[in-house]
Design a protein around this ligand. Structure first.
Ligand code: NAD
Length: 477
């Protein structure tokens, strides 16, 4: 079995300790991943620190050109990296385009686009004030060294969201991938580091203990974290000790509300993918669907027709649309939430049974006759399950959507856009989509409210988030 390495200061670094990465479709070990030591973490941060001043001093045009080279490297290695994502994360290879399954190839295409867009963006100097006596300009400066901590659901794409804007703006990065999906990230960084100066991007793989060593390092100037609220809270506490700023992209429990004029047939496919993309293991996926009583049966029938016909299996096999749940902890959580719903009297419309055989497979599951307060509705289940909740009164549905302490995404489904907008503006979420869900875009800021986090990624706002303002104030006359 191959042993993979960290990349530090442009070179491969082999750790004494390793752990196995497993294929969630088969349970087989697929490679040995470094468990970075405290010394290795310190050396990675030191390499990023040493490389940062020269990197920030390079003309903007040079950094932009290098970012475009990074995009080319991703494109040239997309098949190789997509293969690792499927073997390690579980999502099918799929393809790119409206009729293709959004799997690993889609993730790699996303990596390419989310590199090209920040490469093409500028952070112009803002003129805050000017009169006859003074001129005040706001310039943007990189923080310095960014520590990035990534989750396992979209491992390469989220790594790119953290790395690319950071280095585009003149920071250097040390990234810790999730212990469940390290190989793809280690390989992607190894490849892109070949076209960047040494030390600009570095990796330290390992578990939460390695992440803790990284975020506690006093030479880290900003932390970008994507993961669960529980870990986010621990990282925020560690960051408080050194007063290190953070961006927190945390969990959600997105509500989707259908209005009474919605068209179940026309909207079923959008709702289906809004809930089940990546087996529901997506932070901004629809996790609870509120439907008017009159539409309930039609919506359930349309979604059931889709959920029961999607081929599930090893994502390397042709024609597979749904893969396994990525890890056993997540699998057990999904099983337990569905069983508690069943025991509480809910109807399992389809799915809900663990199949025989290897791998963390769990069928796409629709649950009805369930209400707010059930754990399956109130907790982020982060899996291939959708509770469908009937409502009589739209005000009550809006209150339901807003009653939880999370607010990443939400969606409103209607044929009347004005009505949908009016509901959207009342939902407490970082993004409210209308007639789509989870439709993120590299130019559009994305982030959560309430305990879904703070700060945004993507677009000009995302670039600003990895810089700090510096005011240059001139006295005139
Ligand atoms: P997690 O919090 O368990 O782990 C995330 C990362 O944090 C991993 O790399 C882990 O090793 C590391 N970590 C754990 N303890 C740490 C510590 N004390 N210090 C530093 N690092 C530590 O999350 P997960 O299970 O990998 O991801 C799923 C969660 O991520 C879900 O809640 C999901 O909604 C959320 N998520 C949010 C977004 C977003 O953009 N808001 C995107 C994807 C996933």
């Amino acid at each position: 079995m191959k042993t993979f390495d960290n990349t530090v200061n442009g070179a491969a670094v082999r750790s004494n300790r390793t752990f196995e990465s497993k294929n969630p479709a088969t349970g087989e070990a697929i490679g040995l991943v470094p468990h970075s030591s405290a010394d290795e973490v310190a050396r990675a941060v030191a390499a990023a620190r040493a490389a940062q001043p020269a990197w920030a001093a390079r003309p903007d045009a040079e950094r932009k050109a290098l970012m475009m080279q990074v995009a080319e490297v991703i494109k040239a290695n997309a098949d190789y990296l997509a293969n690792w994502v499927t073997r390690e994360q579980g999502k099918p290879l799929g393809g790119v385009g409206p009729d293709q399954v959004p799997g690993s190839r889609f993730e790699l295409w996303g990596c390419e686009v989310w590199t090209q867009v920040p490469a093409s963006l500028d952070l112009p100097v803002d003129l805050a004030f000017e009169d006859a006596t003074r001129r005040d300009e706001v310039h943007r400066k990189p923080y310095g060294v960014i520590a990035a901590i990534a989750p396992w659901n979209w491992p390469l794409l989220i790594a790119i969201w953290q790395i690319v804007p950071s280095i585009r703006a003149g920071n250097t990065v040390v990234i810790k991938p999730s212990e469940y999906t390290s190989i793809g990230t280690l390989e992607m960084v190894r490849l892109i580091a070949e076209v960047l100066p040494p030390g600009v991007v570095n990796t330290v793989s390992g578990g939460g203990d390695v992440g803790a060593l990284l975020v506690e390092n006093p030479d880290v100037d900003k932390i970008m974290f994507t993961g669960s609220a529980a870990t986010g809270s621990r990282i925020a506490a560690a960051a408080a000790k050194t007063l290190t700023p953070t961006t927190m992209e945390l969990g959600g429990n997105d509500a989707a509300i259908m209005l009474d004029d919605a068209d179940p047939k026309a909207m079923a496919m959008g709702l289906f993918w809004g809930a089940f993309i990546n087996m529901g293991q997506t932070c901004a996926a629809a996790k609870r669907l509120y439907v008017p009583e009159a539409l309930h049966d039609a919506v359930v029938a349309e979604l059931k027709a889709l959920a029961t016909t999607m081929p599930m299996g090893n994502g390397l096999d042709a024609g597979i649309v749904m893969g396994p749940i990525q890890n056993r902890m997540q699998f057990d959580k999904v099983v337990s939430l569905v069983e508690r719903a069943r025991a509480g009297g809910a109807t399992i419309v389809c799915g809900g049974q663990v199949p025989d055989g290897p791998g963390n497979f769990y069928p796409l599951t629709l649950v009805t006759d369930i209400a707010d307060g059930a754990a399956l509705v109130d907790e982020e289940q982060f899996g291939p399950v959708l509770p469908i909740i009937k409502y009589r009164d739209l005000e009550a549905a809006i209150a339901s959507a807003n009653r939880l302490d999370v607010g990443l995404g939400a969606s409103v489904w209607s044929t009347d856009i004005d009505k949908a907008r009016a509901v959207a503006s009342r939902l407490q979420a970082g993004t409210v989509w209308i007639n789509q869900h989870g439709a993120i875009h590299p130019m559009v800021p994305f982030g959560g409210v309430k305990s879904s986090g703070w700060g945004v990624e993507f677009g000009v706002d995302g670039l600003k988030a990895v810089t700090q303002p510096q005011v240059i104030s001139l006295k005139k006359g």
